[in-house]
Write a protein of this length. Structure first.
Length: 146
């Protein structure tokens, strides 16, 4: 397995990977090719793909605000799970964020995504009960759930 930085040229293959994963929550604005290109422009050092036999089988995107890292859209193709790919991606991304001087990361997982929640718990991520996540869309978009 090879882990390398994510490129916008990887978009079609990554999008197909996301669509193969039950529980992913995508939308037509942020997760469009243009939306991902903007994310990669701001975060070129913290987004990675895992490759086996020249195919992308895993992905992780991490953005920062200068204080904290935020993990988005981590996925491993269902045919390649339980092989340590997600763990390797997370560790690679966390090391990249740490090199930027950031010491804390956060993420959001849908409550219904049991596999995702179990994975993040196994990686030492805890659920916070003291906050309420709020969201407001200022531009209309279409939600794409797998």
């Amino acid at each position: 397995m090879l882990i390398r930085k994510m490129l916008i040229a990887d978009y079609d293959e990554i999008y197909a990977l996301w669509m193969s994963c039950v529980g992913m929550g995508l939308n037509s604005l942020d997760d469009s090719k243009d939306g991902i290109a903007k994310f990669l422009e701001r975060n070129p050092e913290t987004c990675f793909v895992a490759i086996i036999d020249e195919n992308i089988v895993g992905v992780i995107m991490v953005g920062t605000d200068g204080r904290r890292g935020y993990i988005y859209h981590t996925a491993v193709h269902p045919d390649f799970r339980k092989q340590g790919i997600a763990k390797a991606l997370v560790n690679t991304a966390l090391s990249a964020v740490e090199r930027l001087g950031i010491g804390k990361v956060a993420l959001i997982v849908f409550g219904r995504n049991q596999v995702g929640n179990e994975f993040w718990e196994s990686m030492g991520f805890t659920a916070r009960q003291d906050i309420v996540y709020r969201n407001k869309s200022i531009i209309e978009f279409v939600r794409i759930d797998t």
